[in-house]
Design a protein around this ligand. Structure first.
Ligand SMILES: NC(=O)c1ccc[n+]([C@@H]2O[C@H](COP(=O)([O-])OP(=O)(O)OC[C@H]3O[C@@H](n4cnc5c(N)ncnc54)[C@H](OP(=O)(O)O)[C@@H]3O)[C@@H](O)[C@H]2O)c1
Length: 310
């Protein structure tokens, strides 16, 4: 392992006008990458990893926040170049912090964490692009048993979408995906044809690589896809035909620097009409079990969400 757990002074924390006492951080694929040698996430060493956290304000220079306020942060430079969530304290600029919305407990907000926020942002973008419950469109979700994919399926299901197909890669994941709310789960089988029969209206892709193209070439006329992840690689083995013959759209999702207004409205949705907090399957761990979860994320054995109690 390339990391250690140790006691350090608060002066090590990156600068910010709000000091937060952290309660939970969540474990994401990107956190696992951050803990690998040359993982491409952490740019400055030594660094406290952890790309998101929730906690309470300990002190704030900005009058917008007062001691004891529940706050959360996902993205920005947290856990990359700015000391992050796997710590008792963090210090961040006040304009990175979202007040935990009423309707969500601090813990629930981290069960969503970066993965849940990204799933919701992907759905938000697909709806902006025309996806609507009234039409009961066919929706494909890849990486369906992972953090982002599993939450996406559950939110889609909760808000009334009935025709969700989960794309998985192991037989044992089929039942898991169906239990999450997919009407069916399929394992990818493809050939080299540049375009295939129209099957799906919308595609929420969390995997990247060849998996992205699998869905793009099966999108129906004017269909849309979002892509947020690269677990299957950075290369998009794409061709132009689905774009120019069917007018499809491919939308990139970035949860890290998305604007504050969008963040607030996504968290509001997650606390109200899209709230699946109570039914999310999660695993709560402490630092003793940390290595094992990182190993599972590295080896593709991790299912759903894990939160770290600080
Ligand atoms: N753009 C953004 O702002 C943003 C935000 C959050 C996350 N992400 C990215 O989104 C991706 C998913 O994150 P996550 O937290 O959901 O990760 P995760 O919990 O590790 O889940 C990854 C999922 O992808 C599947 N998968 C992995 N490699 C695959 C392959 N070669 N072919 C098919 N399926 C494969 C996994 O299936 P198995 O269980 O079979 O391995 C699992 O279902 C990551 O790349 C992450 O960095 C991006």
């Amino acid at each position: 392992m390339n990391y250690e757990i140790e006691s350090i002074d608060k002066t090590f924390l990156s600068k910010g006008d709000v000091l937060v006492k952290i309660e939970y951080s969540s474990l994401n694929y990107k956190d696992m990458l951050g803990l690998q040698y040359k993982g491409g996430v952490i740019k400055d060493y030594p660094m406290i990893p952890g790309i998101d956290f929730v906690g309470t304000v300990e002190s704030s220079v900005d009058k917008k926040f007062g001691k004891g306020d529940p706050v959360l942060v996902t993205g920005y430079d947290v856990g990359m170049t700015h000391t992050g969530g796997f710590s008792e304290y963090a210090q961040v600029p006040s304009n990175w912090l979202i007040p935990v919305p009423k309707g969500l407990s601090n813990k629930e907000s981290m069960i969503y964490g970066t993965a849940g926020f990204t799933a919701a942002l992907s759905i938000f973008e697909l709806q902006k692009s025309g996806m609507s419950v009234d039409q009961q469109p066919e929706i494909l979700v890849s990486g369906a048993t992972g953090g982002v994919g599993s939450i996406a399926i559950q939110i889609l299901n909760k808000i009334g979408y009935k025709n969700i197909t989960a794309l998985v890669r192991k037989n044992r994941q089929i039942k898991v995906a169906e239990n999450l709310g997919a009407k069916q789960a399929i394992i990818m089988e493809d050939d080299n044809k540049p375009i295939k029969k129209e099957v799906f209206d919308y595609y929420l892709d969390t995997v990247g690589g060849d998996i992205t193209m699998f869905g793009l070439k099966r999108l129906s006329y004017h269909g849309s896809a979002t892509v947020c992840g690269n677990v299957a690689g950075n290369k998009l083995n794409a061709n132009i035909l689905p774009f120019i013959l069917r007018g499809i759209k491919l939308i990139g999702i970035d949860s890290v620097y998305v604007d504050y207004k969008t963040r607030e409205s996504i968290w509001k949705k997650l606390s109200e009409e899209w709230n699946i907090g109570g039914s999310l399957l999660y695993n709560e761990i402490n630092f003793k079990e940390f290595d094992e979860i990182i190993r599972q994320l590295l080896n593709g054995e991790h299912i759903g969400r894990t939160i770290l109690k600080i």
